[in-house]
Design a protein around this ligand. Structure first.
Ligand code: AVJ
Length: 322
């Protein structure tokens, strides 16, 4: 282990949390499973494959924005920053930002999955030997304690939230998360967030319905994971992937559609599916710049600076705590 990497404390969310979440979601009239459970090892590999698909514009566009404007972003953040990354699955993006940040007080990756966290924290610590890395295993939708750097003085806290993960939250939860994060970053704090922008359905839909079927495999892998980790008995051939653009709510809705009447068993419980009934596995909201500004400004932030690509597909937004 490198010297600039603090060991993890021994907290780790256990399987029973996943079981509880899954049972709760499948017990509702409209069945759903939280999208955070996509990312087991296979799911993370499939997501990496998605980011390279010709139809999936968000990742490469956000990276291009960070490459073009990383220096300006670093200048906006200034020195003495405790950079708190919410979810730590974004190797390339984090490194692009860190490469420009001078006099960072600490890098604090926050991640619910201990395995992902250990890997990404070790990688950053090795690639940036001068940066103190203080990993935290926590669910960033709940309050958590910010670790103190051993030497540097923290001048401000800045949350880094790339990948348009904010778009995966239903609006009410995105509001809660923004308010919580503005409180956690505190006075003088900020957030640098990736936000996917509203655009023609002809561009959005194929990004979630790729020709190679990788997104379908990613979606169905969720059921394979529940079979393996919770002992569920989903028949993977009896469900199919579907992603629909919901114009009214300005979001993609990912579903797993039951192809037949069937029953699924999980931990002694039985879940009934009609033919054509579906489980919602993910929302991916696409915000107009105006809509995101309204959301941020009603929930503890001010939009201070926005960077986009020439086609206005994606944005990186610097929000200061109001
Ligand atoms: C990286 C979580 C934002 O919503 O676009 C990709 C996940 N789901 N294809 C997104 C995802 C289906 C992705 N996020």
């Amino acid at each position: 282990m490198t010297e600039n990497l603090q060991a993890l404390s021994d907290f780790s969310p256990d399987e029973s949390v996943m079981l509880k979440d899954v049972v709760r979601g499948l017990s509702e009239r409209q069945k759903s499973i939280p999208s955070l459970y996509f990312y087991d090892q296979r799911g993370s590999e499939l997501f990496d494959a998605i980011t390279g698909l010709p139809e999936y514009y968000p990742t490469r566009t956000e990276i291009a924005i960070l490459e073009a404007h990383g220096a300006e972003m670093a200048a906006a953040l200034g020195p003495g920053v405790r950079l708190v990354e919410l979810g730590s699955g974004s190797a390339v993006k984090t490194e692009l930002l860190l490469a420009h940040l001078e006099g960072l007080a600490a890098y604090v990756p926050v991640e619910i999955s201990r395995d992902h966290l250990v890997l990404s924290a070790a990688r950053i610590a090795a690639d940036f030997p001068d940066i103190e890395v203080l990993p935290v295993t926590a669910d960033f939708t709940e309050p958590f304690e910010l670790p103190e750097p051993s030497r540097a003085t923290v001048r401000r806290n800045v949350a880094f939230f790339p990948g348009s993960t904010i778009g995966n939250f239903p609006v009410a939860m995105a509001e809660d998360l923004l308010r919580l994060t503005s409180r956690q970053m505190g006075a003088g704090g900020a957030m640098l967030a990736g936000v996917d922008l509203k655009k023609d359905a002809a561009i959005v839909e194929p990004a979630y319905n790729d020709a190679a079927g990788i997104t379908a495999a990613f979606n169905l892998n969720l059921l394979a994971r529940l079979n393996r980790e919770l002992g569920a008995d989903f028949d993977l051939d009896a469900f199919r992937h579907q992603a629909v653009w919901d114009e009214h709510n300005s979001r993609i809705e990912m579903r797993l559609v039951s192809l037949q009447v069937q029953e699924v068993h999980i931990a002694g419980r039985t879940f009934h599916f009609e033919a054509g009934e579906f489980v919602i596995t993910e929302f991916s909201h696409k915000y107009s710049l105006e809509a995101f500004r309204a959301l941020a400004e009603a929930n503890g932030f001010r939009v201070a600076q926005v960077w986009t690509d020439p086609r206005r597909l994606f944005s990186v937004q610097y929000l200061t705590v109001a």
